[in-house]
Unconditional design. Structure first.
Length: 49
């Protein structure tokens, strides 16, 4: 039981770093998608006019 308890804290920081990187990548993708949606909405408005 003691060995298992020691292994868990060693694994959690390694798993936390990739999760943070994934969150930052997702955030960048969402911001890019928001920009694309804004551009598309502007283009659609001009085409509608």
């Amino acid at each position: 039981m003691r060995r298992k308890n020691k292994r868990v804290p060693l694994l959690t920081p390694k798993l936390q770093k990739p999760m943070k990187n994934a969150d930052s990548i997702c955030g960048q993708a969402r911001s890019q998608l928001d920009i694309y949606y804004k551009h598309y909405s502007i283009l659609l408005v001009f085409h509608a006019l």
